[in-house]
Every structure is written in C-alpha cells, then in structure tokens.
Ligand binder design. Structure first.
Ligand code: ASP
Ligand code: MG
Length: 404
C-alpha cells in the first residue's frame, strides 16, 4: 500500500462544488489502495481578502497577528474538505499546523519549516483515516502561529511527503503542468513530461507562478518525487525528477521570460580597486538582490557598470546609487524599467557547446538587440527591450526547442 500526499491549491478548493470534486478525487485515490494525506490551500482569493481586512483595520504592520489572521484561511478549507470526505463515507480528520506539528523558525510571513512530528498523522492513518492538513502554516518554538510565505502550501505538502517518505507528492493546480514556454506568449509551447529540480529552480520566473520555489528546494534536498498536475482533468502532468543521462541530450527544456527586473547603469566610473564593493555594498545592506552585473572598461580609464534589480526595489536602489555616484566620481546614472530577461534553461546547456551561440543567432535573425548577457551552468539569459520579449521567446522556442 502506497502513501500519497496530494496538495490542492486555492482554485481547486475555491467553491463548494470544487471541494466536493477534490473529495471525490481523494476517494478514488483511496479506492486504488493508497493511504492519502491531503494538504490544502485557502479558498482562492481568501488570503488576499484577509490581508485587505488587516490593511483596513490598521496601518501598522504586525507580522505576528497577520500570521494568526492568514492561517485562518487554510483552517476553513481543511475543515470543509474533511467534512466533504466524511459526507462520502470516508473517515477523515483535519489537522492544523500546530496539531501535526509542523515546527518552523520565528520569521513571521516567510517562516521556514525546521521539523515535522508526524506521530499524530501516522496514528490517524493507522485508524484508516484520510489526513487533511492545513497548508501554509506552522508553529514556532514559543507556540506562535507562523506562515510560510505566499504559495507556501506547496512547501507544506513537499515537506510532509519528505517527513512521511511518501511515494509521491501530487500537486494539483489549475494548469496541466510545466510548459516549454508560456503558452500565452508562444502558442506552440507544449507540456513537459518531466523536468529536473535544478531546471525548475532556474525557471523561477515561470515556475514560481506554479510552485513556491522553496518547495522545489525541499523536493531536491529530500529527493521527493513531485507530480504537478491539474485538478480539473485526469491528464498526466509534469514530474519533477533527479537528472539522468538521457536528459542532457536535450539541448534546452524551456524558454522563460521575466518582466520583473529593472536595469541601472553608472557611467564613467574611474577604474580602480574597491569600486564594486563601494557600489554594491549599500545595495546588499538594503537587502536588494542584484541579478546580472556587467562592467566595461573604457579606453579613457573609466568604466560603466550596469546591473539589474527586481522592479519593486528599483526606486530604493536608485536612491542608494545616486548617493554613491558622487562619492566615486561617476559621470552619471541611468536606469531602464522597460526590460525583459529572456532565458533558455536546460541541463543540456552544461554539456552542449554552442547553445549560447545558437541563441544569439536566433535573436540576430529577428534583429533583436541584446543589452546584457549572463550564463549559469544550465541557463543562458539575455536582457532585451521589453517590447521585443515575446518575439524573442517565440524565436528561441522555434530554434532551440522545436528544431531538435
Ligand atoms: N493561501 C496562501 C497564499 O495564497 C498559501 C497558498 O495558497 O499556498 O499564498
Ligand atoms: Mg500556488
């Protein structure tokens, strides 16, 4: 008898009829002879509704009370699902994070799971019950309720699967799986049967909308087999797996596009030691994550330094850079928020020479100008003008994915 962890997202439990649908799916999984632990998100829109209420009541940010408030969303959906299961004649029992007990650190709003005590869950399974666990929530050492950050139920589910050594963690959502590109941008995009943990992590910009990144990190760390699929049909989704030899014969698995970054350039900085430290020190202190950096040395002994930051941090980063610029005798500062980072991702990038060259050729054929380039082990990224980004994705999909 296998143990399966199933996670249902907000849209899958967003209405009473859908909760009944989830209960029927769980019942079917049980009928096939499996034990089932279900992890649920709050009903869709609920977390935002609660946040909105908090904003109306108080202008003051109180992370502890926000966590108490937000955790109620998952409390509702897990109780409703347990009721729906019992209505089908299935023994079921709901558990909140602190009842399981899912122990976390004390960082309210984005707590990390530190331990899971599965004793009560195992006892419940032994009584032949379906265990329904509230996602997204845990409890710290001082018994404060914590939440795991937006999309955190994914991480709850994967961590439960790891703790219980489940044979699979099925993540049910409103899409069929991970695609070779965003189907809204490239109509020829197709669903991937499988993808490696590392590729999924690199695809953050595309994948984050489907899975919380921390859940992928947890799956990789504990080798949890994750099957991402739709709760609205029975189609096979995408499996997250460990890399195997077959996979690097595939050049590129997916093309992604990230419109959430902005570019900042400091012009004419005297080229001397300590410069980068002076520029990036204050940015790091402000907790702003810098993604790409380029530095060009000019013939006149000065350099231009260009880097990208998340759009949401652009203003803050500009304030800091405008303070630093006169201190390092820079000639000027410029920024551009209308950029897009287009990337090709695949474990094959590591072993196949020429992926980058092919990528640049495809963009050249479309007369798309490349503003910045960066590479990692399994990814090549370029920054282009935002208005060219869809054309870039489409041409890269044609030349690197469809042509293979
Ligand atoms: N309800 C939480 C959110 O909306 C957690 C989750 O859905 O995974 O972010
Ligand atoms: Mg989600």
């Amino acid at each position: 008898m296998a143990l399966i962890v199933q996670k249902y997202g907000g849209t899958s439990v967003g209405m009473v009829e859908r909760i009944r649908n989830v209960a029927r799916r769980v019942a079917a999984t049980r009928e096939q002879g499996n034990d089932v632990v279900v992890v649920v998100s709050a009903m869709s829109g609920e977390t935002n509704r609660l946040l909105n209420l908090a904003n109306q009541v108080s202008g003051h940010v109180d992370d502890r009370e926000i966590d108490v408030l937000l955790a109620s969303g998952e409390q509702v959906s897990c109780a409703l699902l347990a009721l729906a299961l019992k209505d089908l004649g299935l023994p079921a029992r709901s558990f909140l994070g602190h009842q399981v007990r899912i122990g976390t650190d004390s960082v309210h709003g984005r707590a990390r799971i530190k331990s899971i005590d599965s004793t009560r869950v195992l006892e419940s399974l032994k009584r032949d019950e379906v265990v329904v666990v509230a996602g997204f929530q845990g409890v710290d050492e001082a018994d404060n309720i914590t939440t795991l950050g937006r999309g955190g139920s994914d991480t709850s589910a994967v961590a439960m699967a790891a703790a219980l050594s489940a044979s699979v963690c099925e993540i049910y959502t409103d899409v069929d799986g991970i695609y070779t590109a965003d189907p809204f941008v490239c109509s020829r995009a197709r669903k991937l049967d499988r993808i490696t943990y590392d590729e999924m992590l690199e695809m953050a910009s595309l994948g984050a909308r489907v899975l919380q990144i921390r859940s992928v990190e947890t799956a990789k760390k504990f080798g949890v087999r994750v099957h991402l699929r739709s709760s609205f049909n029975d189609v096979e989704g995408t499996w997250l797996v460990e890399e195997d030899e077959q996979m690097d014969s595939v050049l590129v698995s997916a093309v992604t596009c990230d419109n959430d970054e902005a570019k900042i350039t400091i012009r004419g900085v005297p080229d001397r030691a300590g410069l980068a430290a002076q520029i990036f020190g204050p940015i790091a202190e402000a907790n702003i994550v810098v993604d790409m950096i380029i530095q060009n040395a000019g013939a006149d002994g000065t350099t231009d330094v260009t880097f990208t930051v998340p759009k949401k941090d652009h203003r803050k980063a500009m304030e800091l850079i405008e303070k630093t610029a006169p201190l390092i005798q820079a000639k000027g500062v410029a920024s551009d928020t209308h950029i897009a980072k287009v990337s090709v991702v695949g474990v094959g990038v590591r072993t196949n020479a020429g992926v980058a060259a092919k990528m640049f050729q495809a963009l050249a054929d479309q007369s798309i100008n490349i503003e910045m380039i960066s590479t990692s082990e399994i990814k090549v990224s370029v920054v282009v003008d935002e208005k060219d980004s869809h054309r870039a994705v489409d041409s890269l999909h044609a030349s690197l994915i469809e042509s293979r």
